[in-house]
Design a protein around this ligand. Structure first.
Ligand code: SF4
Length: 249
């Protein structure tokens, strides 16, 4: 028989402990996953070969666990780790240009204790915010196949089921946004007849949940000016406003 825990019926210490145990168990499963042969070869090959500027570093070279505050109300869903970013450092959006943009914006909005995201022991902590991705392994050319996204989807679904406090979801890039929408839809947390359109800073509310779309802070977008710092900051100000002012029903 399946036991269903009700958030309101458990003492907070018990709840916190169950949540932490559930997430830790999930993270262990993710980190040892080998379901996508092409991605396993790619992530491990990158970790062996490295690049000149990181030649003296030991790469992580495994799937990335998600990261953040287990009681978060804000959930970020990105695409996938970068070959020499997360695949090197072992933490989402850490050690690459996207991470500089992301954690700077989160710091400014009050969701992170510092701007820097350099390595696993840099002291970064998130508050009321949790970071995950549609895919946990770095894909060649940042292009996962539909099968790889489908393989990895189970982890996002399980995370969403565990992170019951989440009220605002920011999808980073079209893939992150659509992965978040379809995961919540599959879990029957939201329903829509017409799929919400991806446009920077567009938001959609479904009862007690809101989704915000954002351009991904990849170099492709930030170097070309498609995404600017004020544009990115606006996304998190909007998220904060939705959470603080309880505009959600
Ligand atoms: S992408 Fe996801 S499903 Fe595929 S090997 Fe990595 S962790 Fe496993």
């Amino acid at each position: 028989m399946r036991t269903i825990w009700n958030m309101n019926s458990l003492p907070s210490s018990r709840l916190s402990s169950d949540l932490s145990v559930g997430l830790a168990k999930l993270q262990r499963t993710v980190v040892s996953c080998q379901l996508c042969p092409r991605l396993v070869r790619w992530r491990e090959g990158i970790a062996r070969e490295r690049v000149k500027r990181f030649a003296d570093q030991q790469y992580w070279g495994k799937p990335l666990p998600s990261f953040g505050d287990p009681h978060a109300r804000l959930l970020l869903v990105g695409l996938a780790p970068a070959a020499h970013g997360g695949n090197r450092t072992g933490r989402m959006f850490t050690g690459d240009s996207s991470g500089i943009w992301l954690y700077r914006a989160l710091y400014k909005a009050g969701f992170a204790n510092q701007r820097e995201s350099l390595h696993l022991k840099d002291g970064l902590q998130l508050s009321d915010c949790y970071v995950t991705a549609a895919l946990r392994c770095a894909p060649p050319k940042n292009s996962p196949t539909p099968k790889e996204l489908s393989n990895c989807r189970q982890y996002l679904l399980r995370e969403i089921s565990l992170l019951e406090n989440v009220r605002v979801i920011v999808g980073l890039g079209r893939i992150g946004f659509e992965a978040a929408l379809s995961a919540y839809s599959e879990l029957q947390r939201i329903k829509y007849k017409v799929k919400p359109k991806f446009a920077h800073c567009a938001s959609y509310e479904f009862g007690d949940l809101a989704f915000i779309a954002s351009f991904h802070p990849s170099q492709q977008n930030t170097f070309t000016g498609k995404l600017t710092e004020p544009m990115f900051d606006k996304v998190f100000r909007k998220a904060k406003r939705l959470l603080n002012h309880q505009e959600l029903k």
